[in-house]
Design a protein around this ligand. Structure first.
Ligand SMILES: Cc1cc2nc3c(=O)[nH]c(=O)nc-3n(C[C@H](O)[C@H](O)[C@H](O)COP(=O)(O)OP(=O)(O)OC[C@H]3O[C@@H](n4cnc5c(N)ncnc54)[C@H](O)[C@@H]3O)c2cc1C
Length: 322
């Protein structure tokens, strides 16, 4: 069975993996010149279904709870299973209580345990929530590893190729994100930055709750931290604004003042494709299956969506999102 996958974001790469694993002959066409430049490239890489349940519906937890296992199998060595730490300044203690009420899979930690988990946050936060079942990856490394694995197993990945120009496939999986021809989609702009400082070490994503400027810091290799992210109802991919940068940097310094001396390695913007209910969809139209609406859960939910899409292709049966 010859299948064309349109787009090499996280949806396209995971779909290609699931299809190739089932024995399909897969071609991935990516209109961009290389991996990157899409929403997936700017993601934090948090695999945090329990934390995300604070603002997301139950399917996000149900579909995402095995994502770390999927990434471990597909890209061995890429997943860090160290949980998530959620903290707030003492004046924002109500935010922690609210977060705890809306989530599960956590335990309360005191100052001492925060210091044991993250020594560099010692004496900074008196109380927090620890989500031990969560994990994270570096999206760029994971996508590169997945790309290389797909190529090694015979998947044809062509960059600078508009999938609309290709024909002769029995099935197509449309993973083109915001470019998809679907008027139900909206964009949610996410601004992020990568900071570098050897003065702080974190072992896991840390979320700092705040009524107006919540923030997360995800540790990356080489003393770098992905700091994110804004959530703006806009599909503008224009550069990060001064206001957003000041807000993100202010919150980063509230997490740890040493971020004030960090170097700004990169700022970036990704536009999250979302439906009105912020849940993803796998939908079939004839011989075409579309995976879209991954919103802020692309790395978390793409594995489950890819599996559903591959099953659809192989069964030819319409399937509904769980
Ligand atoms: C700042 C930020 C932080 C985030 N953090 C997280 C996180 O911590 N955890 C998490 O799970 N998710 C996170 N997300 C969400 C995640 O990044 C998105 O849900 C995901 O990237 C969407 O993936 P996608 O493959 O659908 O779209 P994209 O990554 O945008 O990929 C679509 C691809 O299709 C290509 N394309 C379009 N048209 C064509 C065509 N005609 N032919 C060929 N190719 C085409 C595009 O060039 C693009 O490469 C974050 C997002 C942002 C912006």
């Amino acid at each position: 069975m010859r299948v064309l996958v349109k787009g090499a974001g996280v949806a396209g790469l995971t779909a290609a993996f699931e299809l190739a694993t089932r024995g399909a002959t897969v071609t991935v066409a990516e209109i961009g010149p290389c991996l990157g430049g899409n929403a997936s490239w700017f993601a934090g890489g948090m695999l945090a279904p329990w934390c995300e349940r604070e603002s997301a519906e139950q399917p996000v937890l149900d579909l995402g709870r095995h994502a770390a296992d999927w990434w471990d199998v597909a890209t061995p060595g890429q997943v860090t299973r160290a949980g998530t730490l959620v903290v707030a300044a003492s004046r924002d203690a109500g935010e922690l209580e609210r977060f705890a009420c809306r989530t599960s899979g956590h335990r309360w930690v005191d100052e001492g345990e925060i210091a044991r988990l993250e020594p560099d946050l010692a004496d900074r936060f008196w109380r927090g929530l620890f989500f031990p079942g969560e994990a994270h990856i570096d999206p760029r490394q994971a996508m590169t590893a997945l790309h290389d694995k797909l190529v090694a197993t015979g998947v044809d990945i062509s960059f600078a190729t508009d999938a609309r120009q290709l024909s002769g496939f029995e099935h197509e999986i449309d993973c083109s994100g915001m470019a998809a021809d679907d008027e139900r989609l909206r964009g949610v702009r996410g601004e992020m930055m990568i900071l570098h400082t050897p003065d702080i070490a974190l072992s896991r994503p840390v979320r700092l709750l705040h009524p107006r400027f919540p923030l997360y810091a995800v540790p990356r290799a080489g003393h770098c931290f992905m700091i994110g992210a804004t959530m703006i109802e806009s599909q503008s991919g224009e550069p990060v604004t001064v206001r957003s940068m000041m807000e993100l940097l202010g919150a980063a310094c509230a997490l740890h003042p040493a971020f004030g001396e960090a170097g700004i390695v990169e700022t970036g913007v990704g536009v999250r494709p979302a439906f009105s209910d912020n849940l993803p969809r796998v939908e079939a139209r004839g011989n075409s299956v579309a995976i879209n609406g991954l919103y802020r859960h692309g790395f978390l939910l793409a594995p489950a969506m890819a599996r559903q899409a591959a099953e659809l292709v192989f069964s030819h049966e319409p399937m509904e999102l769980a």
